[in-house]
Each structure stands twice: as structure tokens, then as C-alpha cells.
Write a protein that binds this ligand. Structure first.
Ligand code: PEP
Length: 249
């Protein structure tokens, strides 16, 4: 059985005070949710305070990134061990904004994933094609390579801890969404790629859709058999919208 997950990527939004208010509302409004796991990914600066608010609740705590080195002279970086010491359970790795703006290569992403796993943190690994690649019908090949270059290089036991997020870059923050059929097609393909390497274990991997997911389109997208939830950007900053998305299951 795989877990349905709705994860909120707050990106570089909210002050600590606003973030604590947001997570308090999320906790309050999600009390009757039982068929979906909620995760919030606030900025680093909020992790301690947000973590205090969700302690003892069913809501999971994620970071948006971690360093590609374990420790040492890397000014401004935050290690996976530091995150683990704040009870962080998940970390987003390979978000397209990190790949594009910070030039994070597959090699760097693999280092991050390995360090996160060594710290007991589950990676939420993002893969997805850009608009030119989709228009050239190269999306399958692009996503396969992103997965092969990173996820295929971890061992089977670690693979069980991985969550995949399919995030077409052309749908992130643009208001454009993949259709439910497009999402199902590529999610099923991703599961097939994963099963070629990890066999039956791929059946238990949660594969989330990300890209302008909103209360109005979540139900249809989540109804597809290989879509196990969503990684939500913009709509995760509003507790009502975030919970409405989670209630779409
Ligand atoms: C994201 O950045 O992971 C994302 C899916 O953003 P949005 O929902 O705003 O498109």
C-alpha cells in the first residue's frame, strides 16, 4: 500500500510569525483527515518554530533543500544532520528552481540524497521536463534520465524511503496544469522506470504531482491510479486551499 501525500512547498514566503500562524491553521483544519499524509516544507528559518507547532500531530516536517556536503567550511549552507537534529523527516531534492537558478546538477543531487538518507531523512525527489522538452515530445526521456542519474544510484533499502514528485516545469507557478491524463501517463511511466530497477518496491513508492495544483483540479488529478498526491506551491500558503486539496482524496 502506498501513502497518499499532500506536501506544501512554501518556498521563500512568509515571516516566521506568518508561518507559525499558517501551520497552526493547517493543524487545526486537518484534524479529521485520515486518508492522506500532510507535509509542510517551510524555509529553514521557520523549521524550529513550525516543528514545535506540529509536534505530536500527524503533519510531517520537511526542508526545501539541504547541503551537498556533510559539514565544514561551507558558509550559508545547512546540513542534513542539522535538519535531523530539528526532527525534520523529509527534504525536497532536485526542485526545478534549484536545478535552474542554482545550477544543481545530477551529481550534486545525488550527494544531497545520500546525505539526507544517511541522516534518516526521506527525500522528496523532483523530476520534470520544461516546455520545450514537452513540445518536442521528449518528456519521457528527460524524466527517465533524471531518475536514472540519481535515484538509480541509491540502494534498495534507501529506495523505500524515497518519494517522487513529478513536476512539469511549464506548470509550476504558471497556472497551467497537466491534464489528469497527462499526469497519469507519465506517473505510470515513472513507476515502470522505477520497477525496472527496484522491482515490486516501486508499487509502494508515492509519486506526487506538482504544478499549479489547486482545489479545483486536485480531485481529478488525484483520482488517477498512479497519482498518489501532490507537491503544492502557491496554494499551500493558504490553509483553506491546502486542506481543500488534501480533502480531494
Ligand atoms: C512547486 O513549486 O513545487 C509547485 C508545484 O508550485 P505551484 O503549485 O505554485 O505550481
Amino acid at each position: 500500500m502506498r501513502t497518499n501525500i499532500v506536501a506544501g512547498n512554501w518556498k521563500m514566503n512568509t515571516t516566521v510569525e506568518e508561518g507559525v500562524k499558517l501551520v497552526s491553521e493547517i493543524v487545526e483544519k486537518s484534524k479529521d483527515l485520515s486518508n492522506v499524509k500532510l507535509i509542510v516544507a517551510p524555509p529553514f528559518t521557520h523549521i524550529f518554530s513550525v516543528g514545535e507547532k506540529i509536534r505530536g500531530t500527524a503533519t510531517g516536517l520537511s526542508a526545501q533543500n539541504c547541503a551537498s556536503e556533510a559539514k565544514g567550511a561551507f558558509t550559508g549552507e545547512v546540513s542534513s544532520e542539522m535538519l535531523a537534529s530539528l526532527n525534520v523527516e523529509y527534504v525536497i531534492i532536485g526542485h526545478s528552481e534549484r536545478r535552474e537558478y542554482y545550477k544543481e546538477s545530477d551529481e550534486i543531487l545525488l550527494k544531497k540524497i545520500k546525505l539526507a538518507l544517511a541522516s534518516g531523512i526521506s527525500p522528496i525527489f523532483c523530476a520534470g521536463e520544461n516546455l520545450a522538452e514537452r513540445e518536442a515530445n521528449r518528456h519521457f526521456e528527460v524524466v527517465k534520465k533524471q531518475i536514472e542519474e540519481v535515484v538509480f544510484k541509491i540502494n534498495e533499502t534507501d529506495f523505500e524511503k524515497i518519494i517522487i514528485a513529478y513536476e512539469p516545469v511549464w506548470a509550476i507557478g504558471t497556472g497551467k496544469t497537466a491534464t489528469a491524463e497527462q499526469a497519469q501517463e507519465i506517473h505510470a511511466y515513472i513507476r515502470k522506470v522505477l520497477s525496472a530497477k527496484f522491482g515490486e518496491k516501486a508499487e509502494n513508492t508515492s509519486i506526487l504531482y506538482g504544478g499549479s495544483c489547486k482545489p479545483g483540479n486536485a480531485k481529478e488529478i488525484f483520482s488517477k491510479p498512479d497519482v498518489d498526491g501532490g507537491l503544492i506551491g502557491g496554494a499551500s500558503l493558504n490553509a483553506d486551499e491546502f486542506i481543500a486539496i488534501a480533502k480531494s482524496f
